[in-house]
Design a protein around this ligand. Sequence first.
Ligand SMILES: Cc1cc2nc3c(=O)[nH]c(=O)nc-3n(C[C@H](O)[C@H](O)[C@H](O)COP(=O)(O)O)c2cc1C
Length: 211
Amino acid sequence: MLCFNPATCQPRQIYKLMTGIIVPRPVALVSTMDKQGVANLAPFSFFCGVGSNPPTVLFCPSLRPGATAGTGEPPEMRKDTLRNVEETGEFVINVVSEAIAAAANASSAEVQPQVDEFVLSGLTPLVSEAVRPPRVAESPAQMECKLLQVIYTGHAPASGVIVLGEIVRFHLREDLVENFRVDPAGLDAMGRMAGNTWVRTRDRIELIRPE
Ligand SMILES: Cc1cc2nc3c(=O)[nH]c(=O)nc-3n(C[C@H](O)[C@H](O)[C@H](O)COP(=O)(O)O)c2cc1C
C-alpha cells in the first residue's frame, strides 16, 4: 500500500485523493438568492444527509483563493452560494438527474455574483413554498432548507465550509413516490467521481440485512 501524510502534500494533491476515494458522491444543485434578489445556482458534491429527525442535510463550499484587486477590501473567499446562505439563511437542494446533468455542470461556471446561473444553464426557476430561493423546475426532487449552522474547517484557500440546514419542504415528481418510497429508476440521480467523471445510479443490487 502507498501511504500519504497530508501534512507533506499540497492541497491540490489531497483534493485529488479525496475526490478519487470518496465515490460516488451525490450532487446537490444548490439554489440561493442574494439580498438583492439575484438567484444563484451551483453544484456541490461534498454533500450528504445527516439525520431525519430533524431532517438535516449538509453540503460544503470550499474557500476560493480570493482577490482584492487593489480595492483595499478584504478578499472575498466565499463562493457566491456560501455568501448568499450566510446572508439570507435559506437554500434549496435540487437533485440532478441525467436529463439535467449537463445543465447542472454548466451552472458550475466561475462567474461574477450578479450572473444568474438559471439563465446561464437554461434551467427554469420555480417558486418555493417556504424559502425565497427558487427551485429548479426540471429537477425530479427538491428540498427547501433553512440554515442551521455554518462551520469553517479552516480559513485558507480550499478549506471546506460545512453548511448545515434543516429541510422544511420536500418536493417530488408525482410519479416518483408511493407511500414515501422513492422510485430510484425514475429519480435517475447522478453522482460525481473524480475530475469530470460522473456516474449514473442504474446498476443496483439488493443485499438483505441480517436480523
Ligand atoms: C459536479 C460538481 C460538483 C462540485 N462540487 C463542489 C463542492 O462540493 N464544493 C465546492 O466548493 N465546489 C464544488 N464544485 C464547484 C462549484 O460548483 C463552483 O465553484 C461554482 O462556480 C460555485 O458557484 P457559486 O460561486 O455561484 O457558489 C462542483 C462542481 C461540479 C461540476
